[in-house]
Design a protein around this ligand. Structure first.
Ligand SMILES: NC(=O)c1ccc[n+]([C@@H]2O[C@H](COP(=O)([O-])OP(=O)(O)OC[C@H]3O[C@@H](n4cnc5c(N)ncnc54)[C@H](OP(=O)(O)O)[C@@H]3O)[C@@H](O)[C@H]2O)c1
Length: 226
């Protein structure tokens, strides 16, 4: 079995690469710095060469989009734009390249690493939250369209995973990259449309998301008041 993992030089993508290689998969990775295992192409998902490099990987049974960045809001919005480009448009370009080949073969599986932040309105990292909202929605739409044709898509919504991305000083229910790889291996076997993990964190964000939206509405209506 052949897999391509975009964003596998570190973190969750690297842990999954190691696990798939141990299970006998052939894995090709893509990221800006080299991955220590498997075959790999050094490329930025936002560069014009990305689609060409991805096309060279050829036919795969599994495509995992694990590339991601998250930056706090600063004085300018460049970091937020970058999050949207890497986390959402990079995923869209990846699926655009691999899906036609999967459909022609009548089989394949797309997995995107979204986040439990996909229901949040975030004043700290609005680009990150928006990119994940878009990614989850896109994956669910692709799944509805492509699953009947043999190509399911899975949106994986993690809470905090112990990587350099989990920068927040408070990281409740944080899991290891090995645990995240376990969850992904189960997804590869069972091919669900959506997975939220850990469930306790999903329950917290499921409650927090609507509360934050209500708070934002209240703030808006107060500032609209004469
Ligand atoms: N860690 C968490 O708490 C958490 C929670 C929920 C969801 N997620 C999501 O899980 C995914 C993986 O995150 P992680 O925690 O494993 O982070 P990570 O350790 O920082 O890994 C991110 C990966 O993305 C690659 N990447 C970043 N920008 C790239 C670009 N422009 N082009 C190509 N590759 C790029 C990085 O490689 P290079 O730097 O070498 O390019 C690295 O391999 C992300 O989408 C993240 O949003 C993470």
């Amino acid at each position: 079995m052949r897999a391509v993992i975009v964003g596998n030089s570190d973190g969750i993508g690297l842990a999954l690469t190691r696990r798939l290689l141990a299970d006998g998969w052939t894995v090709t990775g893509l990221s800006r710095s080299p991955a220590p295992v498997g075959s790999h192409h050094v490329v930025d998902v936002t560069s014009p060469e990305f689609s060409t490099v991805l096309a060279e990987v050829g036919e795969v049974d599994l495509c995992v989009y694990a590339a991601g960045v998250g930056e706090s809001l600063g004085e300018n919005l460049a970091g937020q734009t970058r999050a949207l480009e890497v986390n959402l448009l990079g995923a869209a370009r990846t699926f655009e390249a691999v899906v036609p080949r999967m459909l022609a073969a009548g089989r394949g599986h797309l997995i995107g690493l979204s986040s439990l932040a996909d229901t949040m309105i975030s004043a700290q990292a609005p680009g990150y939250a928006a990119s994940k909202a878009g990614l989850t929605s896109y994956l669910l739409g692709l799944d509805a369209a492509l699953r009947p044709r043999g190509v399911p898509a899975t949106a994986v919504r993690f809470g905090f995973v112990d990587t350099k991305m989990a920068k927040s000083p408070v990281t409740p229910f944080k899991i290891s990259t090995d645990r995240a790889a376990d969850v992904l291996i189960r997804c590869i076997r069972t091919r669900p449309a959506i997975v939220s993990y850990p469930r306790r964190m999903a329950a917290v964000t499921g409650t927090l998301g609507p509360l934050l939206r209500t708070a934002a509405r209240l703030r808006r209506s107060r500032s609209d008041a004469p």
